[in-house]
Design a protein around this ligand. Sequence first.
Ligand SMILES: [Fe+2]
Length: 206
Amino acid sequence: MRKNHVQPKVSGAVSAQPRLHQRAAEIQAYGTVSHLLPLELEEPVRLEMTAQLNQLLADTMSLRDLYKKSHWQVAGPTFYQLHLLFDKHYNEQVELVDAIAERIQLLGGVSIAMAADVAETTQIQRPPRGREEVPVQLSRLLEAHQVIIGESRKLARRASQIGDDGTNDLVVSQVLRTNELQVWFVSEHLVNVPLVEAKPTRAGAA
Ligand SMILES: [Fe+2]
């Protein structure tokens, strides 16, 4: 009794001190969905959709970061326009990351979040840490888009098949459309047209 009085139990006591260095068991494990949600979507549907959305999320986070890397490290005569374009696409990918992650949470799942977990999950090829030439940067970005576009189409079809119209809509209206548009803007930079002097036609050359 006396001991308790001298050393009062800290937890629950009213105090101005912050409670630091706290840890506890997870409240929900990754790869699970909560059971009771009034969404009219069965648990197996939500499990399958959240698993596929997490793959899409990891790949979208990788592409987002690839855009920032390209924004910082770009070099050469097209530096200014690409520096700006890469950051515009980065910001659009940031929006997609949030939309996908929040879709996973609202379906009762757990979104992948940290870089180390994303690195273990993504299907996008890891670039070197150093700087690369513009054509290589552009190629890497297009390959990453291709991975995401492919899995978006597959995921959208499957979502529709099993009755998850909300996921279908998100993936088609936001993820797929944004990625398709970005592919156009990036791929036009890889078309080899003259910058200053037109190539003479056969008739003009004669
Ligand atoms: Fe910047």
